[in-house]
Design a protein around this ligand. Structure first.
Ligand SMILES: [Ca+2]
Ligand SMILES: [Ca+2]
Length: 366
């Protein structure tokens, strides 16, 4: 097989840095894997032999979906793509405005603006700081302002925007291919999952479980796993894409977003799973907007989520989106703010512990 010319098709099925829609490239290679090729979107792809698969899909460190097909499939080869540069460096130059807002949409306050890409604030349980990711690292930013302080995450970098804080404030969960837990004072992360991709989204209020989105086979579903490690438990089985699980503070429910009706909507399931054929899954929103990342407020009253225009694929960056709020009792939905953002704006729970405010990031092209 040495020297056989092979053509590879590399495509992004979700957002790419600086691009708003799917993109793809062709390249050819005259050698056997492993080798590294540059891609037009600025990162490089590492091609490795592994199994007789002709399709491969994975999630880069910055949350960008990539897939690959070898064509023609003359040999047994698997392409394994690894972004070796921080993809956010290739994203269109944007300013990140880390912003606080009252639960009623008023009182907007930017506490920090940066030419760097900052994403996905969590509000600490003591109310004092936000936890964000930037450049593959983890950062604390005091709610009172000042400069972000980097968190020591040992040898784990390429941390994406799926992170969170335990209810007692002592631990962080991060996603960097696998999920890890580390002390909130910084330190060596302990790997929790055994399979990738696994994207943290919620920490059960009793501290025992991490809920996450994972692709196993061809299906994206919700899973949970004991924080101390162990076997993962599947919570949904529907063939369509499910993402963004977040717990209610009473521990009863997991809210998430799903494409199972053909439009991204908010759904919920009991915290221990949707049951046979997802029979216990309840649809919560049902309009034509594409709703992502519902976050229950600690007092149980509201859900805040981000809505993309109808037909938006995935949760790309640099979109005109709407932060919306549902009253969980009445079901009424109101618009809190139209903004430029999407990916990075509110991927994980960002409510203040007193439920009076929440944090988000909006972006501005430079
Ligand atoms: Ca699914
Ligand atoms: Ca919808």
């Amino acid at each position: 097989m040495k020297g056989r010319l092979a053509a590879y098709w590399v495509s992004a099925t979700r957002e790419l840095p600086g691009l708003s829609g799917p993109a793809s490239i062709w390249f050819t290679a005259l050698k056997r894997p492993p080798f590294v090729v540059p891609t037009f979107f600025g990162a490089s792809a590492r091609i490795e032999p592994e199994s007789p698969s002709i399709d491969w899909r994975g999630k880069s460190v910055s949350g960008h979906w990539l897939s690959r097909t070898r064509y023609p499939s003359l040999a047994v080869t698997l392409a394994l793509l690894t972004l070796t540069l921080f993809a956010q460096q290739q994203r269109a130059p944007t300013t990140s405005h880390i912003t606080l807002m009252n639960a009623d949409g008023k009182g907007e306050k930017v506490i920090y603006s940066s030419p760097e890409l900052f994403e996905a604030p969590n509000w600490s349980p003591d109310g004092k700081y936000l936890l964000l990711n930037s450049r593959g690292k983890l950062w604390k930013l005091a709610v009172s302002g000042g400069e972000p302080q980097q968190v020591d995450t040992g040898t784990v970098d390429r941390i994406n925007n799926d992170h969170g804080i335990s209810a007692d404030g002592k631990w962080f969960a991060i996603s960097a291919g696998q999920m890890y837990v580390l002390p909130s004072t910084g330190g060596t992360p302990k790997q929790v999952t055994q399979l990738t991709p696994s994207y943290y989204h919620g920490w059960s209020p009793d501290g025992r479980w991490l809920a996450y989105c994972a692709k196993r086979g061809d299906n994206f579903d919700l899973y949970r796993i004991p924080v101390d490690g162990g076997a993962e438990q599947r919570l949904t089985t529907h063939a369509q894409y499910d993402d963004g699980p977040d717990y209610t503070r009473d521990g009863q429910w997991i809210y998430f977003n799903s494409l199972r009706t053909g439009s991204w909507d908010v759904w919920r399931i009991p915290a221990d799973g949707a049951g046979v054929d997802d029979a216990k899954a309840e649809r919560i929103t049902s309009d034509e907007l594409e709703d992502w990342f519902p976050h229950p407020s600690p007092n149980g009253r509201y859900l805040v989520f981000v809505s993309f225009p109808k037909g938006t694929v995935g949760h790309p960056a640099n979109q005109n989106v709407i932060l919306r709020r549902m009253d969980r009792k009445s079901g009424q939905i109101i618009e809190l703010k139209k903004l430029f953002g999407g990916q990075g704006t509110i991927n994980v729970n960002s409510w203040s512990p007193d439920s009076k405010r929440f944090a988000f990031v909006r972006y501005e092209l430079r």
